[in-house]
Design a protein around this ligand. Structure first.
Ligand SMILES: Nc1ncnc2c1ncn2[C@@H]1O[C@H](COP(=O)(O)OP(=O)(O)OP(=O)(O)O)[C@@H](O)[C@H]1O
Length: 250
């Protein structure tokens, strides 16, 4: 479980986050949604420590992370898996070497244990036997799956995902969402996903926070969204005439 309390983040004169609090439970897909520039990625970065909040703090299972020193944060960092927007694979490394990268950095495993773990993770994302391929030889969806395999290599308690569906077709997006959803439930991971994708919101949005102008403007589940009377959220989620018409039929 991750708890964020009254997070503010200011860049120069620009106050991007204005006092955001939320609880992200384990075994759930926690989605951060909102319009472009509403502060989603900034919030994600504040949670994982890539940005320091101007004010407020973040607790990982009760441990206050924000005021910790770099060294004190290391044990929590080892429990964090991250999947970035462009998959962020190392182009000069094979699929297997990419997955073993965090194990080489952070684990005490022997070479054969690392190999076994990489094979297990590849199997888990349905990419068995793709060990020796290079990222350039993979489709966008396969790259995402390798990114997920690498993110789960260290058996993370916390998984952070920035725009998992960017650049993917709708069908592949659903495959990636389902994979994240399965892993989250299977390993009871606290998963936090930044997304624009309404299919993801409706498909796997167990818990959603909606940011508007740097504030949390709404919170609920995908089941609640169809019945929201929050105007900004309604305008954001059901932006097109087509989705508005579909909503009206619900
Ligand atoms: N490192 C930075 N330095 C200065 N300003 C920044 C920095 N990072 C983000 N910002 C500003 O913070 C605001 C919110 O950006 P952020 O990327 O968090 O929005 P977002 O909701 O993730 O947007 P998008 O959906 O377009 O990715 C923007 O005005 C942006 O210019």
């Amino acid at each position: 479980m991750i708890e964020i309390k009254d997070i503010y983040k200011t860049f120069g004169e620009n106050e991007v986050l204005k006092g955001i609090s939320a609880v992200f439970e384990s075994g759930k897909n926690n989605l951060i949604i909102g319009g472009s520039g509403s502060g989603k990625t900034t919030l994600l970065k504040c949670i994982v420590g890539l940005h320091e909040p101007t004010k407020g703090n973040v607790h990982f299972d009760g441990q206050e992370f924000t005021s910790m020193s770099f060294e004190e944060r290391v044990p929590i960092r080892k429990e964090i898996g991250m999947l970035f927007q462009n998959s962020a694979l190392f182009d000069s490394m094979t699929v297997e070497e990419n997955i073993m990268f965090p194990l080489n950095l952070f684990s005490e495993m022997s070479k054969s244990e690392k190999q076994d773990r990489a094979n297990f993770c590849l199997g888990r994302v349905n990419l068995k036997d793709k060990n020796k391929l290079f990222p350039a030889e993979l489709s966008g969806g396969m790259k995402k799956r390798v990114g997920i395999a690498r993110a789960i290599a260290m058996e993370p308690k916390y998984l952070f995902v920035d725009e998992p569906n960017s650049g993917l077709d709708p069908k592949t997006s659903i495959v990636i969402d389902e994979l994240i959803n399965e892993l989250t439930q299977e390993y009871k991971i606290t998963t936090v996903i930044v997304t624009h994708d309404m299919n993801s919101v409706m498909g796997i949005g167990d818990h959603i926070i909606f940011l508007h102008q740097g504030k949390k403007a709404w919170e609920g589940s995908n089941k609640d969204i169809a019945h929201t009377d929050n105007q900004e959220l309604n305008d954001f989620v059901f932006a097109s005439k087509f989705t508005q018409a579909a909503k009206d039929k619900l």
